[in-house]
Write a protein that binds this ligand. Structure first.
Ligand SMILES: Cc1cc2nc3c(=O)[nH]c(=O)nc-3n(C[C@H](O)[C@H](O)[C@H](O)COP(=O)(O)O)c2cc1C
Length: 337
């Protein structure tokens, strides 16, 4: 797949996710093999107002490259300014969010709201493309609802105005994050345009990644919730694509060490209290498969400082590792009793 200067074969991308794909999580996913990462969506109105919180979402580290900054909004002038501001951070690409389904965004004519007004989406995309020198990509859904799927027209329009890649979450706005994804549209889009098409939606296992590449002919695969639940998915899927073999689950030590690293990154980036509190949403994914995971998670949730979390994790590791999982389970049962 080629976007501007970026050329990657069968890339696996980390999806933009508000309150999730902050700098620490992106660094972790990058380390685990994500080929392209994206910031959380950045509100163009917030940028125009000079909000520091919004500005901070665009900060990234060199090791994250290639990285895209995603912007959203319903006002073309604000989006133009936001794109230029985003470009001043020197990302590898700028992505326009035309897929967010939440009411506050979509019903105000931003995000997936633009799927109800394709001429406005076209104008917005064109203004952003012309406002910056960086490649501009766009992320959207199949359509507003099942009765108004216009994704092939959207893809043609994107290509015509100079969008350099299109990501399609294969659901409609009406579906939110529920219901079946429909990947069948991807081959129809591929027949109609030559810009890269990235598929997104319910891709959670290495087999899913391979299946989507093979059955849709897409150029890239983007993973969102699958990476929260299992950030190792990037490494595992790449290995599976290359060899046809499935890697074993990460060990308890891998999980605990990665969680500790994430904690350190979160604290460096956000300060101790905020870093600790915001890490809580990642416990389930990182510790998945551990004996008594919910008990451990609940215990970790009580802490607001790093020291007790690190101690707790170290004790936990000593208790359950390196014994095989079956004996870890019985050890846990004895301890819990
Ligand atoms: C917590 C959360 C936050 C999200 N925030 C964004 C966002 O900021 N920008 C965006 O384009 N999509 C956002 N999404 C949608 C995801 O990027 C992705 O399209 C969707 O989750 C479907 O992919 P998945 O099944 O791999 O999760 C978000 C999804 C979740 C679960």
């Amino acid at each position: 797949m080629r976007i501007g200067q970026i050329t990657i074969e069968k890339p696996i991308l980390l999806a933009p996710m508000e309150d999730v794909t902050d700098l620490p999580f992106r660094v972790i996913c990058k380390k685990l093999g994500a080929d392209i990462v994206y910031t959380e969506f950045v509100n163009s109105d917030g940028l125009v107002r000079g909000s520091e919180k919004t500005r901070k979402k665009m900060v990234f580290w060199e090791e994250e490259r290639p990285i895209g900054i995603q912007i959203y909004g319903g006002d073309a002038a604000a989006m133009e300014g936001a794109a230029q501001f985003a470009e001043s951070f020197d990302p590898d690409l700028i992505d326009i969010n035309c897929g967010c389904w939440v009411r506050d965004v979509a019903l105000r004519g931003a995000g997936a709201g633009l799927l109800r007004d394709l001429p406005r989406m076209e104008k917005m995309a064109s203004i952003v493309v012309n406002a910056v020198r960086k490649p501009v990509t766009l992320k959207t859904r199949l359509g507003w609802d099942a009765g108004s799927i216009r994704i092939v027209d959207v893809a043609r329009m994107c290509e015509a105005v100079g969008i350099q890649a299109l990501t399609v979450h294969c659901r409609t706005r009406d579906q939110g994050h529920k219901g079946d994804v429909d990947y069948a549209w991807i081959s129809r889009i591929k027949e109609s345009v030559s810009i890269p098409i990235i598929v997104n939606g319910d891709i959670v296992t290495p087999q899913d990644v391979k299946n989507v590449f093979e059955t849709t002919g897409c150029d890239g695969v983007m993973i969102g919730r699958g990476a929260i639940a299992n950030p190792w998915i990037f490494l595992h899927a790449k290995h599976y694509l290359a060899t046809g073999e499935l890697l074993g689950e990460p060990t308890l030590e891998d999980r605990v060490n990665l969680l500790k690293e994430h904690l350190r990154l979160a604290i460096d980036y956000k300060g101790e209290r905020k870093g600790v509190i915001e890490l809580r949403k990642h416990y389930s994914g990182f510790l998945r498969g551990l004996p008594h995971v919910s008990k451990v998670r609940n215990e970790l949730m009580q802490f607001t400082e790093a020291g007790p979390i690190l101690d707790h994790l170290t004790r936990f590791l000593a208790l359950y590792s390196p014994a095989p999982l079956s004996s870890q389970r019985s050890a846990a049962e004895n301890t819990a009793a």
